[in-house]
Design a protein around this ligand. Structure first.
Ligand SMILES: [Zn+2]
Length: 49
């Protein structure tokens, strides 16, 4: 089960999901968090692979 979660989060091939504020571009730790810089909760999830 844990491996399934890791695959979903990290794509299993070195790509890492990155969450970024759509308004100001600040990186945040999770998609659920609001931006610490501008308070927006409009967070987009990007993949680096
Ligand atoms: Zn922001």
């Amino acid at each position: 089960m844990l491996e399934t979660v890791k695959t979903l989060l990290f794509r299993g091939d070195g790509g890492v999901a990155v969450h970024e504020c759509r308004r100001c571009g600040t990186s945040v730790e999770t998609a659920e968090a609001e931006c610490p810089a501008c308070g927006s909760n409009d967070i987009v999830t990007l993949s680096t692979n």
